[in-house]
Design a protein around this ligand. Structure first.
Ligand SMILES: [Zn+2]
Length: 224
């Protein structure tokens, strides 16, 4: 890829993913904000994007939208089928209600230096599919629910992306993996993200991402 601009992708830094009141709070979620604000102020990023999980109330990822007994948040799974291809499907974990469109829980947290963000991109609006990645749903045949993100990065000649935000083992991971698939040189800033499962989930997710060519750096590495 000849595109040479550098983008910072801030994934889902929203109230529902943060303590103290988030319905799906990631432990330590707010602690990464000073580091992310430092990155936002850094001259190395040409393009700065924040994403928002942005679900309708009847979204398929909410445990409450499924019948008993397979509707326990964090524990139950549901089958999701490509709306355009019944033979493509996958199992997904169910979650508490979170990031409902226009709810306070869907707000970006106010500590984030939003004035430095160039573009906010919403994802997960289609009630029929889960969408951890800020690029697209997991469906490939055909692709389904692509967001504005890939087009926006390409329009801005971005070749390299640094992914931060929440949560490392879900939406940060899926976003970074799709960034690689889309042809971007991809980094995760490891002190600017937190995992739902900071133990085994972090370790496994990091190994999986590294096996796909994603590199882990610290915020200090970038500034240096
Ligand atoms: Zn969600």
């Amino acid at each position: 890829m000849t595109d040479s601009k550098v983008a910072l992708l801030i994934v889902d830094l929203q109230e529902d993913f943060c303590p103290p009141n988030g319905s799906l709070a990631v432990s330590g979620g707010r602690e990464i904000v000073p580091i992310i604000n430092g990155l936002l102020a850094s001259p190395i990023f040409h393009v700065k994007v924040a994403t928002k999980d942005w679900h309708p109330a009847d979204h398929i990822s909410f445990a409450t939208n499924h019948p008993e007994p397979n509707n326990r948040p964090f524990e139950s799974f549901a089958k999701i089928v490509n709306p355009h291809n019944p033979s493509e499907s996958y199992e997904t974990r169910l979650w508490p209600v979170h990031c409902v469109q226009d709810s306070s829980g869907a707000n970006l947290i106010p500590e984030l230096d939003i004035a430095r963000v160039d573009k906010v991109i919403e994802k997960g609006q289609d009630k029929r599919v889960e969408m951890y990645s800020a690029f697209c749903s997991p469906f490939e045949n055909p692709p389904f629910a692509r967001s504005e993100l890939p087009g926006y990065l390409k329009d801005n000649a971005v070749g390299k992306v640094y992914v931060v935000g929440l949560a490392m083992d879900y939406c940060v991971k899926a976003t970074a993996e799709d960034a690689v698939k889309e042809g971007f040189t991809t980094f995760v800033v490891e002190d600017a993200t937190k995992a739902v499962d900071p133990g085994e989930g972090w370790t496994r997710s990091k190994a999986e991402m590294e096996s796909k060519g994603i590199r882990f750096v610290s915020a200090e590495d970038i500034k240096g």
